[in-house]
Design a protein around this ligand. Structure first.
Ligand SMILES: [Zn+2]
Length: 477
């Protein structure tokens, strides 16, 4: 039987604040265990949480960028469950009134609906030893925004694209480190299968998958789960509603627990945080402060730099790459297309090969790319040589012009480039060329001077003279 996967994603985003969501403890990553705690985030009796205003502002900023409607009324609930990393035995979260709802993220051709974006506090971290477990409460009370999609995603590839697009938007907003390794961006997914051709609302049994440590892991776990569920259904079995853990090394998911339902958590309004209202003006002021987001930036790149929409989208998908491009093109607007080709070609290829997240990690600053293009455009090096030079710059961390000079590349090792420049000189100075052909020897020296000027001193006088003489005599015949 043929099945259609139905996939939803939940992203937990750590909001970048100096202190926790309900107390003044710092949120610095990597501090010694249990060094950033206080009676509030340890859940001692009688303490009172106070909402960090910055958390609310950052949450609204993200929700607006995802085109969500903002709930003017802010209400927190207690989500009750027992776990050793949760000292209060409840998590303060939002329930029936999330901060934002009904938004969307636009992928290449489709809109992925955002069901809700809500604020909550993080739990602690368990560190498991061989015969014991330790708990670090530094993370308890770190502010999170949970971003939940509708089950709109249709494949592992689309889930991967959604995550990359979302991360791109979040980077532009500068609200989080978005660092999966530090846990500031975490992701769970749920997937079910339905028979191909069945009604849109006839969903199969949903399985949740957790412990996904990279976007690649999300795509792999989904592909595995889709195969596993199809096999269960094909064998006449039923898919159990459960939570499964992804084991990246094994490349498989394993059953963890049966799925809990909302009523298992006994949600009730947090009595220590009084509901309050956010004014329309406050929301508007956050909206006005939103930066230019990837889509708008791509449109601007098309109109300002004359790039194709596809190139513009590729350049603006990550803020780092978009900023890099604009830093390059700022003083050289005529080179817009050439710069884009290099960034999306050689630089992107290198980033892929080295598995780099951002262009800044390449150690090839905008000035270096401009230098490299200048070397090509002035005819001093060929495209092929430029690629070699680029590789050498990455290896040594040095600048192209400096390296080219040292390696003697500026002597124009590639003869065809010099010939091309010489032909152009002859064409531009046809009188001098004619003079030489009719026997005026000193006209050659004039042309040599022109060729050296054109190649900015890169061509040696001897080579220039030799090439010009050859060309002039060739044309004479
Ligand atoms: Zn605290």
């Amino acid at each position: 039987m043929t099945y259609v996967p139905v996939v939803g994603l939940e992203v937990h985003l750590q909001l970048k604040t100096a202190s926790k969501i309900f107390c003044g403890c710092p949120t610095t990553f990597g501090a010694p265990p249990n060094s950033q705690v206080c009676p509030v985030c340890l859940g001692f009796p009688g303490v009172l949480p106070v909402l960090n205003r910055q958390v609310l502002a950052l949450g609204i900023r993200v929700a607006l960028a995802l085109t969500c409607r903002i709930s003017p009324r802010i209400v927190f609930h207690r989500k009750n469950y027992f776990y050793p990393d949760l000292p209060k035995s409840f998590q303060i979260s939002q329930y029936d009134l999330p901060l934002g709802n009904d938004g969307f993220v636009e992928l290449a051709e489709r809109k992925i609906r955002i069901r809700r974006a809500h604020l909550e506090e993080d739990a602690g971290k368990l560190i498991h030893g061989e015969d014991h477990s330790l708990v670090d409460f530094n993370r308890t009370g770190v502010p999170l925004l949970e971003i939940v999609t509708e089950p709109d995603l249709a494949s592992p590839e689309e889930a991967h694209l959604y995550l990359k697009t979302l991360k791109g938007i979040l980077e532009y907003l500068e609200v989080s480190d978005c660092d999966m390794e530090k846990g500031s961006l975490r992701c769970d997914t749920n997937v079910s299968l339905k028979a191909a051709g069945s009604a849109a609302d006839s969903l199969g049994t949903k399985v949740e998958v957790k412990n996904l440590n990279s976007f690649r892991a999300v795509a792999r776990a989904l592909a595995y789960e889709i195969r596993r569920q199809a096999q269960v259904l094909d064998e006449g079995g039923r898919v159990a509603q459960e939570t499964r853990l992804w084991d990246d090394a094994a490349g498989a998911t394993q059953a963890m627990r049966s799925k809990e339902y909302a009523h298992d958590y006994r949600y009730f309004p947090e009595p220590d945080l009084v509901p309050f209202t956010v004014s329309a003006e406050e929301i508007e002021s956050v909206r006005r402060a939103l930066p230019e987001l990837p889509r708008a930036k791509a449109q601007r790149f098309v109109s300002r730099y004359g790039l194709s929409l596809a190139d513009s989208k590729a350049l603006t998908a990550s803020k780092g790459t978009a900023d890099y491009y604009e830093a390059c093109v700022k003083g050289q607007p005529a080179k817009g297309k050439g710069l884009a080709n290099w960034i999306l070609g050689e630089l992107a290829r290198e980033m892929n090969e080295r598995n780099l997240e951002s262009i800044g990690q390449l150690s090839f600053p905008p000035e270096s790319l401009l230098e490299l293009l200048e070397l090509i455009d002035s005819g001093r090096i060929s495209g092929k040589m430029a690629k070699e030079l680029f590789a050498q710059c990455l290896q040594s961390g040095r600048r192209p012009a400096e390296l080219a000079k040292e390696k003697g590349l500026s002597q124009v090792a590639d003869r065809s480039i010099l010939e091309e420049a010489a032909r152009a000189v002859i064409q531009e100075h046809s009188q001098a060329a004619a003079d030489y052909r009719t026997g005026k020897g000193q006209a050659l020296m004039f042309l040599v001077g022109q060729l050296m000027r054109r190649t900015q001193g890169a061509a040696s006088p001897a080579v220039s003279q030799e090439i010009l003489r050859e060309l002039l005599l060739e044309e004479k015949r």
